[in-house]
Design a binder for this molecule. Structure first.
Ligand SMILES: [Zn+2]
Length: 219
């Protein structure tokens, strides 16, 4: 079943999500629905709060090797994910978010991480991720803490409307004029009010100088 994705401004996105203590059929069904919703949205990752469930579960689907065409997809459903190691090396890359349609931002992330968690059958998982995969995991695990990428972004911009985009950045295909206001208003309640306000002001300025965003998948 395809679920509704909540957007910025919904308080569930700002709540610290609850640890899952009982992994049952309902959890597995939700994981399946989240994956179906992710595929339908054309994104690469989805956290339970993004479908209105304040619990610690994420799903990720991304090509194993994004430098080749038709690479097999890697799919993860992780319960109670936790980053247990981060590389010192960091990289800045652009990110979008299915809950913040129409925008992307530059975010510094650890280049590699190790994540532990549980499978939907309660088995321990250990995942090593680097590059884009590491970025997606960090983005999704942030959602479980009530953190959105706009809190970390050094720059937020709206991809130019005539840019041909891949499925991943579906958000860019439907520019939403009202979103600038939505982002600023929604973030007024967040702690970093002044920082957010100034970031929001850079949105329009950044439009003129949009870097390559065509390959920015939303998560
Ligand atoms: Zn997101």
């Amino acid at each position: 079943m395809i679920l509704d994705i909540v957007e910025i401004g919904d308080p569930v996105l700002r709540r610290k999500a609850h640890k899952i203590t009982q992994i049952d059929r309902d959890i597995r069904l939700l994981a399946d629905d989240m994956l179906e919703t992710l595929r339908d949205s054309g994104g690469v990752g989805l956290a339970a709060p993004q479908v209105g469930e304040s619990i610690r579960m994420i799903v990720i689907e991304y090509p194993e090797d994004d430098s080749v065409e038709n690479s097999p997809m890697k799919t993860y459903k992780v319960i109670n994910p936790e980053i247990i190691w981060r590389s010192e090396e960091t990289v800045v890359g652009s990110e979008g978010c299915l809950s913040i349609p129409g925008y992307v931002g530059n975010v510094e992330r650890n280049e590699s991480i190790k994540v532990k968690g549980l499978s939907v059958f309660g088995r321990p998982l250990k995942i090593s991720a680097s590059g884009w995969m590491a970025r997606i995991f960090q983005h999704e695990i942030d959602h479980l803490e009530g953190i959105c990428y706009i809190d970390r972004a050094t720059e937020i911009f709206k991809p130019s409307e005539n840019t041909e985009t891949e499925a991943g950045s579906g958000a860019a295909e439907e520019p939403q004029v009202g979103s600038a206001a939505a982002v600023t208003t929604a973030e007024k309640a967040a702690p970093e009010t002044s920082a957010e306000a100034s970031k929001a002001q850079t949105v329009s300025e950044a439009l003129a100088a949009v870097p390559e965003t065509a390959d920015t998948p939303a998560a």
